[in-house]
Unconditional design. Structure first.
Length: 244
């Protein structure tokens, strides 16, 4: 299918006043995308990639976008929230590696994140890009205006906080928490909590930091389908607690 014709079809599907379930069915039947059971695409969902695979019970929020990729794949129970963008360069500007985005099950990216995919990006299971306005970049430029594309590999059980920035050309191991507002430009090879002020807040298990933070409330928030977000709401210890 010629690209211009396909783009017109995608635009029509994205902005038709129809239900999110019917919109997903149109993407599947008209464009041949591989969509699992229970996929929902809200109004304005724009998906324009050469190859698309979306797992069961996944959800795309209003005006979310996946475009200009050779391959776009997310596993079951994934969530792409409103105005989240996962985009590559125009096909005429693709480099030696075609842009590929692959995430396993329970991938979630919250509102207004911008994910730049100029090469190959792979994410494991249970990756949560949280909050708002976070960024992932996989390209830069030298002084001769040559674009420098880089791969990015992110493991499983990852939490990246609001407004954090991840730079391509690195790898992040499993079981990592990235604090809000942090910039990650080097490999993370050991599990733990990482932040800008203290490069390593704590190594080791990221499942329970209640003791470090002087008390915490465990919250399970049901987002969509079978997808769950687990987080700790940190609370400062009361004077009575500190006296113990």
């Amino acid at each position: 299918m010629k690209r211009k014709i396909k783009t017109i079809i995608v635009l029509v599907i994205a902005f038709l006043p129809i239900t999110s379930t019917i919109r997903a069915i149109l993407y599947k039947n008209l464009l041949g995308y591989k969509l699992g059971v229970g996929v929902k695409c809200k109004y304005g969902t724009y998906i324009n990639c050469n190859s698309v695979h979306i797992g069961d019970e996944s959800y795309f929020g209003r005006f979310s976008k996946a475009a200009n990729l050779e391959s776009f794949s997310v596993g079951a129970n994934s969530l792409i929230e409103k105005h989240a963008l996962i985009v590559g360069p125009a096909p005429a500007l693709w480099g030696s590696k075609k842009p590929v985005f692959i995430a396993k099950e329970h991938f979630a990216v919250m509102s207004y994140w911008h994910i730049d995919v100029c090469s190959q990006m792979r994410l494991g299971a249970n990756v949560l890009l949280a909050g708002k306005n976070g960024q992932i970049w996989t390209h830069g430029f030298d002084l001769n205006h040559n674009r420098l594309d880089t791969d990015l590999n992110i493991g499983s059980n990852i939490y990246a906080g609001s407004m954090s920035i991840i730079i391509g050309g690195i790898s992040i191991c499993d079981n990592v928490v990235i604090s809000a507002g942090s910039v990650v430009s080097e490999d993370i090879s050991e599990s733990g909590v990482y932040g800008n002020n203290q490069k390593i807040v704590r190594k080791g298990s990221v499942n329970n930091f209640a003791q470090k933070y002087g008390g915490a409330i465990n919250v399970q928030e049901k987002v969509v389908g079978n997808y769950s977000i687990f987080c700790l709401l940190y609370t400062s210890p009361s004077p009575r607690d500190t006296e113990r």
